[in-house]
Write a new protein. Sequence first.
Length: 288
Amino acid sequence: MALPLSHHTTQANGIKQHYVEAGSGPPVILLHGFPETWYAWRKQIPVLSERYRLIVPDLRGYGETEKPASGYDKRTMAADIRALMDHLKIERAAIIGHDRGARVATRFAKDHPDAISRLGVFDNIPTRTIFEAMDATIARGHWFFIFNQVPDLPEALIAGREEIWLRYILQGWTYDPEALTLEDLGAYVRAYQKPGAVRGALNDYRAGREDVAQDKEDADTRITCPTLALWGEDFELGGRMWDVVEIWRQMTTDLRTVSIPQCGHLPHEEQPDVVNNALLAFLDSWRG
């Protein structure tokens, strides 16, 4: 039986943060990607909350969390999560991130290694890897990395067309374009129709230059906590384009991998049973 979840807001690291909490036990933090919110983890929360204390925030700039003008570099966004943990009196947690959330989780693992017990990176190719390999083919596929960094224009073009924008991205990134229901799409559309929501998400990408600089500083520092890299085999910009195993093998010392067939960029939403089983196996030895 699914355990109840509760919504909260608190001031942490200088911004108002919204998060969902459910369950009890060893703490596990779930970080969503673009263009999503905490809602992306709705299919994991009922299963994981039976064993773990889940903390599922909206990242800086997303959902109901504050959307300041700055602070979207991944070091600051990781510090947001560390401050949230301090508020919740959590000294150490397993952190699972998808897409942009995986970038925050990766930076957290390097900046706060004593506060992370397990790292999960879902369908994520690090920003530095993408930009260092950028060519015409990669740029065409990763058009949103470039478009999202243009000042002001994307907001002007998307305003009033949030559903078209989100459908193009989310349905284009899934193996089955009907994987997200009308209710699911509606939840995201409503989130991005709120004032400042589109700008907040785009500011995440506009910090790309800072993110790459930070990642270059400690490129040789390998992540030592157990790491799970999980991805959809059939995402054109992920498993089909990159050697995901080799990328994460170079960044970690204790790597497990799960590649999911007939799955695109949103494995936790497209193939929740496979993802939940992989997470339960990966987290099994986490005792808090």
